[in-house]
Design a protein around this ligand. Structure first.
Ligand code: PLP
Length: 275
């Protein structure tokens, strides 16, 4: 079953109009919410971010948080989802094709579930990454359906047998194509400031607060590709990748090709939260 507007229906029962603005312009916003033990993880934070993204592009969410939470709980239960993701998107709706906002259109919400295991091998061994120019627009804080910059970057990584593309804008490391990025330098965590150039990741925020609890200093600051190459440790964070060690960037090994100690501490603390 999927959630279409405010109804649970069979996926084959609905159709998407060819003039849905999400389909034609990427005119909409989305969230990916992790489900552990049948429970959505940090659901409030995801809904808050959905609302912020929608407001930034002047879409009114069609349902309130309480109604949405009830519907998402029904969606998870109906699909007997134990471990996986909920994908949720809201588009500006259907209207005759013009670039500007239509005078009248009703936002359309769709959500569905995917059964997925945790990425255990990547979490244990770490992943390889490549750097690439960050060619995305200047509102990366909006979780927009427009993902071509991320799609092209990730494809470049896949072609080089890497797990993630790390984006660099004017010499500054911003984030991964679908993850936030941290490095460890002299015992301190560094990550790009939460401004318009990155998505304000929920996992990023969880990691920052775990680090504060563990008295690991965190600095939200710019750092260069050279600093990334020289980092003692590096890891990426996201709803689906959790806290995942990075052991190679381009042709440089990070931390002698092994996940670092601070990364392991943060992974363990994150694991406590989800178990
Ligand atoms: N940065 C980008 C560009 C993303 O697309 C994502 C997730 O999809 C993240 C960071 C991580 O965000 P979160 O931890 O909220 O999943």
């Amino acid at each position: 079953m999927i959630l279409y507007r405010d109804q649970l229906v069979e996926r084959t029962e609905i159709h998407i109009d060819i003039e849905d603005r999400g389909y034609q312009f990427g005119d909409g916003v989305y969230e990916v919410i992790r489900v552990y033990h049948q429970q959505p993880f940090y659901l409030d934070a995801h809904l808050e971010r959905l609302k912020r993204s929608a407001e930034a592009i002047e879409i009114n969410l069609p349902y309130g948080f309480n109604q949405l939470k009830v519907k998402l709980a029904e969606l998870v239960a109906q699909n007997q989802l134990v471990q996986g993701n909920v994908y949720l998107q809201v588009t500006r709706g259907v209207a005759s094709r013009t670039h500007h906002f239509p005078v009248k259109s009703e936002p359309i919400l769709v959500a569905y579930t995917q059964q997925n295991d945790r990425p255990i091998q990547a979490l244990n061994k770490g992943v390889h990454t490549v750097t690439t120019e960050d060619i995305r627009w200047l509102r990366c804080d909006i979780k927009s359906l427009n993902l071509l910059g991320a799609v092209l970057a990730k494809q470049k990584a896949v072609q080089q047998h890497a797990h993630e593309a790390i984006l660099v804008r004017e010499g500054v490391v911003t984030e991964g194509s679908s993850t936030n990025l941290f490095i460890v330098e002299n015992g301190q965590l560094l990550t790009h400031p939460a401004n318009h150039l990155i998505l304000h990741g929920i996992t990023r925020q969880i990691v920052i607060s775990i680090a504060e609890d563990l008295q690991i200093p965190v600095k939200e600051t710019h750092f260069s590709k050279e600093q990334l190459y020289q980092a003692d440790e590096c890891f990426i964070t996201s709803t689906t990748m959790e806290v995942c060690p990075v052991i190679q960037v381009d042709d440089r090994e990070i931390g002698r090709g092994q996940p670092g100690k601070i990364t392991r501490k943060l992974q363990n603390a994150f694991y406590q939260l989800i178990s």
